[in-house]
Design a protein around this ligand. Sequence first.
Ligand code: RP5
Length: 168
Amino acid sequence: MQSSHQAPRVGVIMGSKSDWPVMEHAVAMLEQLGVAFETRVVSAHRTPDLLFDYAKGAAGRGLQVIIAGAGGAAHLPGMVASQTPLPVLGVPVESKSLKGLDSLLSIAQMPGGIAVGTLAIGKPGATNAGLLAAQIIALQDAGVRAAVDAFRAEQTRKVLDNPDPRGE
Ligand code: RP5
């Protein structure tokens, strides 16, 4: 799936459809900040050939950042990072048995020499993956930079305008 008529700049992939309720928060942030993206299921274990094809072709297709979410034995972000020079942001999806601690450690504990930027478990991690991807794109795109600045200013204003924790 592609976000708009613009060529996608961020690839949002996940190991399973079951990851979507978390990963949709990365997509929501990219949409809010006006960053074109594509999204699809790519499984490290169930579709390994697709993983290699996707990762090897990503830079050539114009992608600039890949966000990869997975749960449990979460090998997707690391394996994608091994096959592309693009920055890869890993989102640990909460697992049923170990609450995502397994996902977090699988993604974070990369061997030195292949980098994955690991975010928090679940929704905040997915949200921040979208934000961080936009901040990377913003280094060379003034429009996205303005959108990130506006988002942060609005977030700050909402806190400062509502100092009473008992208020609505
Ligand atoms: C991982 O296994 C996926 O990223 C998902 O978080 C987890 C469970 O997948 P399903 O069995 O729900 O498809 O590869």
